[in-house]
Design a protein around this ligand. Structure first.
Ligand SMILES: Cc1ncc(COP(=O)(O)O)c(C=O)c1O
Length: 497
């Protein structure tokens, strides 16, 4: 064996690993064959211009990794256990031409689609985007520092799958005071999406029926479907859910679970009237059906104090309440809350242990400290004020466009972060037009459980994440879809040059 055929990669250090790698490459390329003896360590050290100690370290590394065998009093040779191909070369490949591995993916998983990266667009009208620039990072930084100086070491270990104790305490106080949710136990989750997946895994079996809003939140549907459950759409009308239809569904289908966004319906933004929320609750109790109430952006309510969720009045303990910090803070924080009856909690905890044991405790701890000092609610008040102004601004721009004869209209939502805009026809074409101009918005068809029900007339326009000026500029670009004279918004914040 000629040591000079070794090709040493200067990027690898220290030297003994570089030498070991060179041997490995020599074996793979066939310069060294299975069973071939290696030169003595003295000779190798000489040829590689290094000391024997380094060469011995390299050889021991190769032995430990299984590439080389050490024979008593005979030195070293290429391991005879390595797989060889038809040309007697060591090969990790099979004898045939290499073929891409064929994954066998179940159809419900194969049907999942990648998410479109909304924030990479120049104008992002995605429905649930908060304005991250409003977040007081400096303020939180001091609480993160506190957390790291005095961490609760009990929680840095395995165990306690529920969440950081002091954060849960603050979150309980917040949910009790602001959302009226009491009598429930809290589980901290990595965002509501984890909660949806967790509930699906714990409650559903193949063939179970889940009733969902016919226009609704696809990521929740996808989570339910991973269990083999089937979705049935609850009809909607301009005031929300068709409760009579839900009653008929209960009579004809073995519904196990209902998933609802009752306070700001996703995507239509409609608030389901209290009497209908109560009627749905009574039906669910009668038929022993659990309700997932996804309260994803209800903190932002402008026309009154935020309405109380169904979970606030749940004598049967059947409502599984979800709340997320993705909208109040930012989606990347991956913190959400699940408030459930204590009888359900043990099952969720047992399953959560299989998924990821527990959420990251450090950020929760810092958030708990921030909440305790009032920072969280201060930030919430500030963002609510801003988003309220932005809603009013966008609504006023839309009414200007309407007055100019554009076929566009919307009901003013009482809260939330988005409008459901009625453009009468061509919603899909408008979406395509916008994507080509680097504007992100989503047309109605994407929200339908049953694609045939698409009227192709609505688009969802998020307004929370952009300043008034950006909203004006973005809407002016969208408005060019319709062949009308160039439009200049009247509002001062939206003055175009
Ligand atoms: C209906 C609905 N639920 C939940 C969420 C939040 O999900 P997560 O907490 O996983 O970020 C969103 C975000 O867009 C949503 O629109």
């Amino acid at each position: 064996m000629n040591a000079l055929t070794l090709s040493l990669d200067p990027k690898i250090s220290p030297l003994y690993l570089r030498i070991a790698d060179a041997f490995r490459q020599a074996v793979k390329s066939g310069n060294l064959v299975v069973g071939e003896s290696l030169p003595s360590s003295r000779r190798l050290a000489n040829e590689l211009n290094t000391n024997r100690h380094t060469v011995m370290a390299a050889l021991q590394e190769l032995v430990a990794q299984g590439w080389v065998e050490s024979l008593e009093r005979k030195g070293y040779r290429v391991a005879t256990t390595l797989p060889i191909d038809e040309s007697h070369r060591v090969s990790e490949r099979t004898a045939q031409a290499p073929q891409a591995f064929q994954w066998s993916i179940p159809p419900n998983i194969a049907a999942l689609k990648p998410e479109l990266p909304a924030h990479e667009h120049e104008f992002n009208f995605a429905g649930g985007m908060p304005d991250i620039s409003l977040f007081p990072f400096d303020e939180l930084k001091s609480y993160i520092r506190d957390t790291l100086s005095r961490p609760d070491t009990r929680d840095l270990n395995y165990g306690n799958h529920q969440g950081n104790r002091s954060f849960i305490q603050q979150a309980e106080t917040y949910l009790r005071r602001v959302r009226g949710v009491t009598e429930k136990e809290l589980l901290v989750v990595n965002g509501s999406q984890e909660a949806l997946y967790l509930v699906a895994q714990v409650l559903l079996q193949p063939g179970d029926k889940v009733a969902v809003e016919a226009l609704g939140y696809r990521p929740a549907w996808d989570a339910f479907r991973t269990t083999g459950a089937e979705l049935v759409g609850i009809r909607q009308h301009e005031k929300g859910i068709d409760v009579d239809h839900l009653e008929r569904l209960f009579a004809t289908e073995p519904v196990k679970l209902i998933y609802l966004t009752p306070l700001h319906q996703y995507p239509t933004t409609i608030t389901l009237p209290i009497h209908e929320r109560m009627a749905i609750y009574r039906l669910a109790a009668k038929h022993n059906v659990a309700i997932i109430e996804d309260d994803y952006d209800h903190e932002f309510h402008y026309d009154s104090q935020p309405l109380t969720p169904m979970a606030a009045d749940d004598p049967h303990g059947l409502v599984i309440y979800l709340s997320t910090f993705s909208k109040i803070l930012f989606p990347g924080c991956r913190i959400g809350l699940m408030a459930v009856d204590k009888t359900l909690m043990p099952y969720l905890l047992n399953f959560r242990r299989l998924m990821n044991h527990k959420p990251n405790f450090l950020l929760q701890d810092a958030l708990g400290r921030w909440m305790k000092e009032g920072g969280f609610e201060r930030h919430l008040r500030k963002t609510t004020r801003r988003y309220h102004q932005r809603r009013d601004h966008l609504v006023s721009l839309i009414s200007q466009l309407k007055q100019r004869g554009l076929p566009i209209d919307c009901q003013v939502p009482s809260g939330g972060m988005a409008l459901w805009l009625d453009i009468k026809q061509g919603a899909r074409s408008l979406q395509d037009y916008c994507r080509k101009r680097d504007i992100y918005l989503v047309a109605e068809q994407q929200f339908h459980l049953t694609p045939e029900h698409n009227q192709d007339r609505f688009i969802r326009l998020g307004y929370a994440g952009m300043t008034e000026e950006r909203l004006s500029l973005g809407l002016a670009s969208i408005a060019r879809f319709w062949p009308t004279p160039a439009w200049k918004p009247k509002s001062s914040a939206g003055e175009l040059q």
